[in-house]
Design a protein around this ligand. Structure first.
Ligand code: SF4
Length: 80
């Protein structure tokens, strides 16, 4: 059975500190146009948040995103 993990970002509240992109470059990148972080491959959902669903996420990728969530000063990254 495959396990699904969702990474969610309330992008509009991003203050552009860049911390997530430092601890988790594989998934997070600064957008030079508006200086907010982009969740790479993320798509906007019905609530206006960006989300990326990953099947059977590796421990390494999960840890990377957990670190991003932890360092985010405005706590807008969630992993469910
Ligand atoms: S850590 Fe949070 S506030 Fe900082 S760039 Fe990433 S999403 Fe934006």
């Amino acid at each position: 059975m495959s396990k699904k993990t969702k990474i969610i970002q309330k992008r509009e509240e991003c203050i552009g500190c860049g911390s997530c992109t430092i601890v988790c470059q594989k998934f997070w990148k600064m957008n030079e146009k508006d200086m907010k972080a982009d969740l790479i491959g993320g798509k906007i959902n019905d609530s206006g948040e960006y989300e990326l669903e990953i099947k059977n996420i590796s421990a390494e990728d999960l840890d990377c995103n957990k670190q991003a969530a932890d360092v985010c000063p405005v706590k807008i990254i969630k992993i469910i």
